[in-house]
Structure formats: structure tokens, C-alpha cells
Design a protein around this ligand. Sequence first.
Ligand code: ZN
Ligand code: ZN
Length: 422
Amino acid sequence: MKPRFHALKGVEDILPPDTYLWRDIERKAMQAFGPCGFEEIKIPIIEHTELFLRSIGETTDIVEKEMYTFTDKGGRSVTLRPEGTAPVVRAYVEHNLATRPSPQKFFYRGPMFRYERPQKGRQRQFYQIGVEAFGVAEPGIDAEVIAMLIDFLEKAGLSSSLSLELNSIGCDVCRPDYKAKLREYFGGRLSELCPDCARRFEQNPLRILDCKVERCAALKQDAPLITDSLCEACRTHFDELKNLLGNLGIDYKLNPRMVRGLDYYTRTTFEVTTNLLGAQNAVAAGGRYDKLVEEFGGPPTPAIGFAAGTERLAALLQSTLKAPSPSLFIATLGAEASREALKMAVSLRRKGIWTEIGYGGASLKSQLRKADRTGAVYVFIIGEDELRERKAKWKNLKDGSSGEVRLEDAEGFIQNAGQRLA
Ligand SMILES: [Zn+2]
Ligand SMILES: [Zn+2]
């Protein structure tokens, strides 16, 4: 018995025709990001573990439970990236991008890794399309980035089912007060919290607010709201952002309980959610991280970004999938006709016309069945008689029409047919 290998749990193959949909989603993202000045950055899949500990935060679910961390052959602790922001910030600092004209704006796409329980729309290897904008402190860039996200999702074909949730989670100045209020509130209820939250209570009580355990969720219903603790500067920033979104005609819902599961966020946080996949699910989320560049040893640099989950977008857009099919299938009888078909196919393919050949020495009937299964629009039939007369029989499998064409005119025939179809 030979072993039959299968992919790891939570790690999926994305097959055609779905890959057309994925490619389309990425194309729509670039169409939306390009005019906003976002340029592509390619970041490594693997980083020093410390990078994520220092940015995402040691008390977060991601760092405590979900990272693919291992020791490499050089004895270093390395981690498969669970998100894209920390690597982009690392690159920004490492390459002194702060010395380039501001703002520096990047997008990235690719797989991320989190050891979670796999479920529909949530895999252990999952794909994100994300953006990061560095160097602007004003709320204008928050509004820009959110408007760009909405534009992307609308271009991709989503809109009616989406809802934008908005919050501010304060800054270094006001968050200590808020944490004190949380400790006061949860302090009398410590025994009711899940063990993780009880442990996180001292170090980072904010994490209790995004705990997924049911009894913690119930407990936080009456917890103090961050938006009641914002300092003057954070409040002004948040108010102005709301004004700007209003001006842009972008609807939003305030959600003062949304803190996001990453420690690096400051001020603005947002999520775009949909209820189309069952429970209310985020399809994209992001926020400001005004301290992270400094935390990584760079100059003080405000920044904001978001990431969208490609699996979820693909699931939502499944009905829009339009996979292309061959323009032409050449069915042949005999070795001589096969050679003619290959010559014709190579020539047509150079002109960008998808052409398939009926290999396998099969009967004409089985080749025509195969042509039908590929979704080909036209079939050419070249047998010995046709070859002798230098012509091919053609059939349009979509409308049933048929006829004959001289071999020397065959390429032009298909090219013209393609123009008629387009
Ligand atoms: Zn503040
Ligand atoms: Zn909890």
C-alpha cells in the first residue's frame, strides 16, 4: 500500500474554478487601492517570534493559543505570521521607510496562520488582503482608509449586506484610567470569569472584553464603556472621524464594546461585518496603531490599516463566480490530423485563444463528449477526409450551429468568433 497524503487539518487547497474568484477579489482590491496610492509590499511568511509577542500582545488569544511557533535548525524561535501588520511595521522600520515622503501606504496579500478550531470561513491557513498607511495623525486618513475598504467591497460585489462598526479604544493617556475602571468592575466578579480572563485581569483587563467564552460575554454587558473614558485628544479625533464619514455618506454603527483582539491598536478601530454567513461575521477589520513603529525602534509614526479575509469574501461572492472555458476544442482522427491540430493550437494560443486538443486516441464521439465537459464554445473536427480537403468541420456547442472552414482560414474564423462572442 502506498500512503495517501492529505492536507493538514484547517489547511485547504483552493482549486479552480474558485481560484478565478480569488483572483478577481484581489484584482478588485488593487483597483480600489491603486488610486489611493497604496503600493504592494511582499512580506515574509516567517518572522522572529518576539515580533508578534511585542506587538499583538502576550495576553491575547493569538499569542497565547494560536501561533505556529517552532525552533528552527539554528535554534531561533520563529513563527508563521498570524497577521500582516507586525511584519509590515518591521519592514517599515528596518528599511528606514520613514525617511521617504509621507504618507507611505502599502498593501499586502497572502496566507496567515493561526491554530484555531477550523470552521466554515475560518481556516488555520487563511488568506488576507491588508493595507497599512504610515505617517498621518489626522482623522482624515482614518476616513480615507475606511472609504477605500468600502469601495473595495462594493467593487467586489458586496454592499447591501455589510455593516460598518466603529469605535475608539483610546490612547496611552486615557487607557490606564479605563483599565482601572475595568478592574474595579470585574474585580468583584473575578470568580465568575473564565480562567484565562481571571489571569488576564491584572495584566490587561481589556482582553476580557473580547473573550469568546459565554459567561465572560454575559458579564461584560454592563462593563464601563471605553468611549466614556476617552481623553480630550482621542474624543476630538473620534468626533472628527464621525463627521468625515458622515460627509462621505458612509453609514456606521458605533460599537463601544469592540476592542479587537490585538494590543497594538490605539484610537480608531473598525469592523465590516455581514450576517450572510450565518452568525455575524467580520469580513474586514482594522484600526490605528500609533505607537507600534516606535515600539519597534522607529521614529514616532502614527499609522492605520485593515485586513480583509479572502476566504470569507470568496464565500460571500461564490454566486458571482464566472469561470472562463476554452474557445476551441480540436477533435482529431489519425496521427496526421493530430499534428495539424497541435500546430493550430500552438498558433492560436500565442494569440491568447484558449484551445484544447482531443488527446487519447479516443473515438470522435468520446472526444466530443470531452469537448462538451470542458465547456468549449467551438469544436473543430479534423479527420482524414477533412485533412485531404484541407478543411475542418466546426460546431458551436452553445447554439448548435455547424459548418465547414478551410484550414488556412480556421484561425481567423475562431478569432472573429471570439470577437462576436465578446
Ligand atoms: Zn486618549
Ligand atoms: Zn473569558
